[in-house]
Design a protein around this ligand. Structure first.
Ligand SMILES: NC(=O)c1ccc[n+]([C@@H]2O[C@H](COP(=O)([O-])OP(=O)(O)OC[C@H]3O[C@@H](n4cnc5c(N)ncnc54)[C@H](O)[C@@H]3O)[C@@H](O)[C@H]2O)c1
Length: 322
């Protein structure tokens, strides 16, 4: 028998999979306090968390039976990977679950940005009827530049093509040329090849030392005059001071942001500007994505406990010992 502890609220669709497993006992009381998790962890063969539980050294070391930690989501910054790896504990996440939610939000933001939807909404709510003031722009026929062509970048490309856009993308691990899976997408060799061609630039790269501040004063200078930027990836991909300068100088026409260098972006001069629209890190927050995240992590954790499959392991070094 395996005991699985779920210490953060998890979508019912995932819990149902765990309950249905014959050789599993489940403890999933919802959001657990730290001392409750510490008390319950010695029994658990697997721990499933979202972002609320801090699976740090103290907690992992108390998990004397622990074999797997599943993060229902993408970021594993709340899990001490070093300690888990030292102790041979598999850590897995569920990165595919949110792909389409994020890609759709990118277009929600892009459409809202080009059509002034939030501004027009607020204006009408305030009793105005300002039809001329909020005339906008269309996506169709524009060139969309995607920085980072992984799961989300490719989903954005798919939707961009459906909107009748020309889609180009840059990713250092993808060779230039047509994407064999989507020949309408052109992969360019260098970021400099993308910047002057796209009127809408969106970020879909992982945050690394190299991609940090990939949008900065130099790269903004290479963009078209009047370009728009949409970011639902990670805030620190953009140098926010450079973005502000780009907007204030009129080089950039506008920006739509879901993510910020500091979250929440208290005191940021980007918030509340008429040429910036923003959401509070909502891109993955759909019922469908939360259900998928729970379903994927439940299945992956069961497969790992049963030794039948090890998917989305973020510390693969431990697998050599399994
Ligand atoms: N807003 C949200 O709620 C939300 C939700 C999920 C993911 N995200 C973010 O979206 C981004 C993409 O996620 P994904 O699942 O597609 O990841 P992924 O790993 O599938 O793809 C990321 C791609 O970025 C590329 N990349 C790395 N450095 C780059 C650089 N310097 N320039 C261009 N490309 C570079 C990688 O080669 C990779 O192909 C990540 O930053 C992720 O954290 C945000």
């Amino acid at each position: 028998m395996f005991h699985i502890l779920v210490s953060d609220p998890l979508h019912e669709d995932g819990l149902a999979i765990l309950r249905a497993a014959e050789d599993v006992t489940l403890s999933a009381p919802g959001k657990m306090a730290r001392d409750e998790v510490l008390a319950a962890i010695p029994e658990a063969h697997a721990l499933i968390v979202r972002s609320g539980t801090k699976a740090d050294r103290e907690l992992i070391e108390k998990g004397v039976n622990l074999r797997v930690i599943g993060r229902a989501g993408v970021g594993v910054d709340n899990v001490d990977l070093e300690t888990a790896t030292e102790r041979g504990i598999i850590v897995m996440n569920a990165p595919e679950a949110t792909t389409w939610a994020v890609a759709e939000h990118v277009f929600g933001l892009a459409l809202a940005l080009l059509r002034n939807v939030p501004q027009a909404h607020n204006s009408l709510a305030a009793g105005e009827w300002a039809r001329k003031k909020y005339a906008g722009y269309q996506l169709r026929g524009r060139t969309l530049g995607i920085i980072g062509y992984g799961r989300i970048g490719q989903a954005i490309a798919h939707l961009g093509l459906a909107f009748g856009m020309e889609v180009i993308a840059y990713d250092p691990i993808r060779p230039p040329g047509r994407d064999p899976a989507r020949p309408d997408v052109e992969l360019v060799a260098r970021l400099e090849d993308l910047l002057p061609r796209a009127s809408i630039i969106t970020l879909a790269a992982t945050l690394t030392g190299e991609s940090r501040s990939i949008i900065n004063a130099q790269t903004i200078a290479q963009m078209q005059d009047g370009a728009w930027i949409v970011n639902a990836a990670r805030g620190a991909l953009i140098d926010e001071a450079a973005l502000l300068d780009g907007l204030e100088s009129g080089k950039l026409r506008g920006a739509a942001l879901d993510v910020y260098a500091k979250e929440p972006p208290e005191g940021s001069p980007l918030i509340g500007r008429p040429d910036v629209i923003h959401t509070p890190h909502l891109a993955a927050s759909t019922d469908e994505a939360q259900s998928l995240v729970a379903v994927y992590i439940a299945q992956q954790v069961l497969d790992a406990l049963h030794g039948v499959d090890y998917k989305n392991v973020v510390n693969p070094a431990v697998l050599e010992r399994h």
